[in-house]
Ligand binder design. Sequence first.
Ligand code: 9MR
Ligand code: 9MR
Length: 608
Amino acid sequence: MIRSSWLLSAAALAAFSSAGAAEVAPVRLNQVGILVGGPKRAVVPNAGKQPLAWSLMDFDGRVLATGRTTVFGQDRWSGEHVHRVDFSRYRQPGKALFLRVGAAASRPFDISAAPYPRLPYDALAYFYHNRAGTPIEASLVGQRWARPAGHPNERATCVSGTDSKGNVWPGCPYTLEVSGGWYDAGDHGKYVVNAGISLWTLLNLHERLTASGSRLFADGTAAIPERGNGLSDLLDEARWQMDFLLKMQVPEGTRLRVPAGAKETVPGLTFSEIDASGMAHHKLADEKWTSLPMRPDQDPEKRQLFPPTTAATLNLAANAAQCARVWRQVDSAYADRCLRGAERAWAAAVRNPQVYALADFTGSGAYGDDELGDEFYWAAAELFATTGEAPYRAALQRSPHFRTVAGEPGWGSVAPLGTVTLASFPNSLPNGEARRLRQAVQSAADRFLAERERTGYLVPHAGNTVWGSNSNLLNRAMLLGLAYDFSGQDRYRSGVIDAMDYVLGRNPLDRSYVTGYGARPMVNPHHRFWANSLDPRFPPPPRGALSGGPNNTAMTDEVAATLRGKCAAQACWLDDARAYSLNEVAINWNAPLVWVSAWLAERPGERK
Ligand code: 9MR
Ligand code: 9MR
């Protein structure tokens, strides 16, 4: 696979960069570009036990810097014996540079102050591309990606009948108009639980950018229909989803029969009647899995609302509370509507604290979660940050999640979202509390940095990889970025850059996991419309979509199954549209790509 005989004449390099760019390169680097004001590191798989000489050269063969590699040794997470190159001391911008390491050479790369200035915008564009209920306009995305509205004027009632365990679900006494929102991922489901962290991430970014007076995503900078309305395009995109979430709320005066208290779907669930007013339906999704490819407007399946769950209700409460805070300055009527929705949802969750996602039908993802302490904490934190009211303060202060950050957030572990909100924005917690919360974020960030040292590729995560691992890593990068903002310490920023370097190519597969970025980007996501590899009449993915990434723990699709037991944690991945447990794309994975790329764009240099 690795050619060892690359010679370093400019001619050879030029030939390589045009003809051979898609081959695996022996020197692993961020493929998009190196930040001049940051750590600059490459990784080289090499069996040698002695350090190798390296040199940084320009296109004419002039040597700009030299050094020796550090032998990391056998790396459990990549499955390779690796050396590291650190050329951070070189602090000049440059074009078409390359690294020679022993007998190997890198691809040409640039060092610059802004290696990927469009990434925040391309990553945000993911959300417009995946809007439901509205045509995707050629004038905004280009002819290839234009499509008719998917599931327009969508109205649905609750799933009813017998599930896979033999339980008979009663349905609900109404039909809701639930158009809009974003499709979750490669499928056309719209799930309130996963919407929660995704929307939080975009709104949190907006809140931070506003507080710092940033112009990123200012009106007219993104290609969305709302451009020119005087509001931030990031906020406009977020509103598309917020509007949908409010539609998922159960109408006042609704009594429903649900298996309250049950944590598992087993035959013979007991249903009891509850006052479900103000809860949120768990999801809106197809009755059966559709095949790939599938343009959303051609989806032939029946769409169903699923019973409300406490988790969905608390996600809605948290997002709506955020909404009430964020829109207060720009649209107070909307802020009021959100606040009412948030308060109704909170009251409904307190009244019905144990209604889990059990309805066991095929055709959509589960997003099941039977541990809701973190959801209660997060919703209380958002409601408190917005209203300052005592009951929310009491709820968050008595939560075991208060003041501890156990790890990175994810769709089912949302406590860090509440802590980040409380640590970031002014609120009426007692003096010193914000400092303690920031300290908790920093402690988590320090643990990620300690893990980084245990990986060959300098990834702030040493461990097995899960479904959507790239998003876990970027959520760690988000906490690292916050730790930097809270403390001013450059080591945290270096961790953000290391995570981004991994995602953009410094990894054992020499792969950029972001479409359209780098020499070897992912091109075949599991996505029903961006399905060019399955049918040439469908488009390839646009720029800026993040692959779920390596997964050595839940290799459930047929392609991933062929790799089981045969790959190291960071190497269990294939660029195959059928591989939904490795290569799907999703709103909760692209959201931290927006956040982290925007954060980095705003902080091109070190503080000291
Ligand atoms: O396409 C579905 C993908 O979006 C989901 O993430 C995944 C797991 O829930 O399921 C995929 O659908 C597959 C289903 O689970 C099994 N039969 C084949 C389906 C299409 O690939
Ligand atoms: O991101 C989800 C991951 O954490 C789970 O392990 C996996 C299996 O339950 O499901 C993932 O979510 C999928 C959802 O169920 C359906 N839409 C696509 C999502 C991403 O694959």
